[in-house]
Design a protein around this ligand. Structure first.
Ligand SMILES: [Zn+2]
Length: 229
């Protein structure tokens, strides 16, 4: 197979014809055969012409072009709930809080709901948060989002009776032994309750179990470890 590498205007003209032929349904393979070119070379011509690939002059090879962030964003949004429903982020979620993860710029870890707000509503003032009216962290429907301070956000959550700690909603908080601060096991908590209930001095129990007096008191009054019978 002979290869004819064209340059300049001649190459541009031929490449335009190739792209046009592909748009009309011809395969790269059949065009390559007709022109005496490598099928891979014809594919590269089409990929560059349609913006899928770019030529990396530094490395001397072709690479996948960075896709437009807006197109990447919409590709991950499920709007099937309609205009008023929650638009759910179908991509990765943050571990803390379950917000959509979206990097508008490669390497900058961003949040999908913040990108949605800036794209569809307007800029987010410095230092302010984008909060959810709907309490649904992966939602990116701009009509469910509002700008607030950290204080507003907490007030909103308290009003809705959903206090979040460490970015995790109360009903999804690791409790008891699984909590990273836990010093006691469930068995010890039961033991403590039984012993204090039987009249042992709380301060002495606190020393024995290596916890603060208030910890024992909180356990006894079920302000903590309430889920342990
Ligand atoms: Zn929503």
């Amino acid at each position: 197979m002979t290869r004819r590498r064209l340059t300049g205007a001649a190459a541009d003209e031929r490449n335009a014809l190739i792209v046009e032929a592909v748009r009309r349904g011809r395969t790269c393979r059949s065009i390559a055969a007709e022109l005496g070119l490598d099928a891979a070379h014809v594919q590269r011509i089409v990929r560059v012409a349609t913006g899928v690939s770019v030529y990396d002059w530094r490395r001397g090879n072709y690479k996948r072009a960075a896709r437009d962030p807006v197109a990447r964003f919409w590709a991950k949004v499920d709007t099937s709930a309609g205009m008023d429903g929650c638009w759910l982020w179908t991509g990765a979620l943050t571990e803390a809080g379950g917000y959509g993860r979206f990097d508008a710029v490669k390497g900058q870890s961003g949040r999908a709901h913040r990108f949605a707000y800036e794209l569809l509503v307007g800029p987010i003032p410095d230092g302010l948060l984008v909060c959810h009216h709907c309490d649904n962290p992966p939602c990116v429907n701009p009509s469910h989002l509002f700008i607030g301070t950290a204080k507003d956000n907490v007030a909103d959550m308290v009003r809705k009776d959903r206090v979040w700690r460490g970015g995790v909603p109360a009903d999804r908080q690791p409790r008891g032994e699984r909590h990273y601060m836990a010093r006691l096991t469930e068995a010890q908590v039961r033991e403590l309750r039984a012993r204090a209930g039987a009249g042992e001095v709380q301060a002495a129990l606190a020393r024995e179990y290596g916890v603060a007096d208030e910890t024992v008191s909180a356990i006894m009054h079920r302000r903590t470890w309430a889920h342990v019978a």
